[in-house]
Design a protein around this ligand. Structure first.
Ligand code: SF4
Length: 403
């Protein structure tokens, strides 16, 4: 997997003052097996002298602190760096990825220095970042890499759905937790076919994880607070990344039966966990922005892993419905018109809760049937899940390896 990386994050002395800004987490990512780095420094590529005064953007132009307008130099360096990236083949990847230095007028993402040279930040992207984004590259900063990095204190939570619970067997266990000991999980809940109600804390391939091999659903009569109790538990344990895996129906015309990545969601359940969450002071405000609820960085990693391993993987929007009946033909038609690729009876409320708690979310699905197919049964879902079990395992392990 090719990753475009700011040279200063790798430790190169290429900054305006001749210094570096090495980031151990980024350096570690660069050294992982299968990762091929395309190093860039647009400012060095511009030919500007080093050392020089710091540069910042103001009203779309770039100025050095001494007042010199260096906009054209920054554009030239960014264009030269883009050409280097193009030649490397990184843009031909299934999901091109760049890890660039935060806040920089060249490499910053979403927030950059505001032109006052006081360390104040303003919304905006660096000159080079804008070029990469036009090419369809997912651009993140070292802050994202740090926040996604698992550790014993911050294990990766994995919540598994129907037929996908066997991933639990990969865990080298350190401890088990009965779901009924989890705050907010209903006492009377019992697993249905394909689920187990015991979380395992341990490691998969030496990566610390907490695996929840089953879940409860709104259609069983539980409320949104109860179905999201596992998410709050994971957050309390210190998990910052959470992988949701669910069985869904593929909406014909928008997706096929098989493995998929969730890019976004539509909550059609009529429920919301933040109502109870706010009441219990678990989240600060109910008015949670849901942009990028499914973390683009994790999605890009998963697409890259699938591409490398030859795993067939589609992506699309997930609609969460209340259930338990499957969809009518009219509902499938409506979902198709709404741009929905996958429909299921879980996950949306859990993602809302995870996002409200600031967790990084990866949504994986096994579309086990075509939505609205009258022959669909719980057993047929489990049977289809079994056919993709191996690819699902390889995909999750591949993502964990890169975190
Ligand atoms: Fe070079 Fe970008 Fe680092 Fe600036 S932030 S030194 S342009 S790599």
């Amino acid at each position: 997997m090719k990753v475009i990386v700011s040279e200063c994050l790798r430790g190169a002395h290429c900054r305006y003052d001749g210094g570096a800004k090495p980031c151990p987490e980024v350096q570690e990512l660069c050294q992982k097996e299968g990762v091929e780095v395309v190093g860039v420094c647009p400012e060095t590529a511009s030919g500007l002298p080093v050392p020089r005064p710091p540069a910042e953007q103001r009203e779309g132009r770039v100025f050095l602190k001494d007042g010199q307008d260096v906009t054209e130099d920054f554009l030239l360096g960014s264009q030269r760096s883009l050409e280097k990236v193009q030649k490397s083949g990184a843009l031909r990847a299934a999901a091109p990825l760049a890890v660039l230095k935060a806040k920089s007028p060249s490499c910053g993402v979403k927030l950059i220095y505001d032109g006052s040279y006081t360390g104040t930040l303003t919304p905006g992207d660096g000159v080079f970042t804008r070029l990469l984004q036009k090419e369809g590259v997912t651009v993140v900063t070292e802050e994202t890499i740090k926040s996604c990095k698992p550790s014993v204190e911050h294990p990766v939570a994995i919540v598994l759905g129907s037929g996908l619970g066997h991933l639990n067997s990969l865990v080298k266990p350190a401890r088990h937790i009965d779901y009924h000991d989890i705050d907010g999980f209903p006492d009377d809940a019992r697993p249905v076919n394909g689920h187990t109600f015991e979380a395992t804390i341990g490691t998969i391939d030496d990566v610390p994880v907490v695996v929840y091999p089953g879940r409860i659903h709104l259609y069983q009569g539980y409320n949104a607070g109860e179905v999201t109790s596992l998410v709050r538990h994971a957050h309390h344990l210190g998990c910052r990344d959470i992988i949701f895996a669910c069985a869904t129906g593929a909406v014909a015309g928008n997706a096929h039966v098989g493995l998929g990545i969730l890019t976004d969601q539509i909550n059609l359940t009529g429920q919301n966990p933040l109502i109870e969450g706010v009441a219990k002071r678990e989240v600060e405000t109910p008015f949670v922005g849901m942009t990028d609820a499914y973390t683009p960085y994790l999605r890009t990693l998963a697409l890259g892993v699938a591409d490398e391993m030859g795993i067939k993987l589609e992506q699309g929007v997930y609609a969460g419905v209340l259930g338990p009946n499957f969809e009518t033909a009219a509902e499938v038609h409506a979902l198709r018109m709404l741009g929905v690729s996958y429909v299921g009876m879980s996950t949306v409320n859990e993602v809302i809760m995870a996002h409200a708690l600031g967790m990084n979310v990866l949504g994986l699905t096994l579309a086990a049937n075509e939505s609205g197919n009258p022959d669909t049964t719980h057993d047929s879902v489990l049977e289809e899940a079994g056919k993709h079990a191996e690819d699902f395992e390889r995909l999750v392990r591949g993502v964990l390896r890169l975190l």
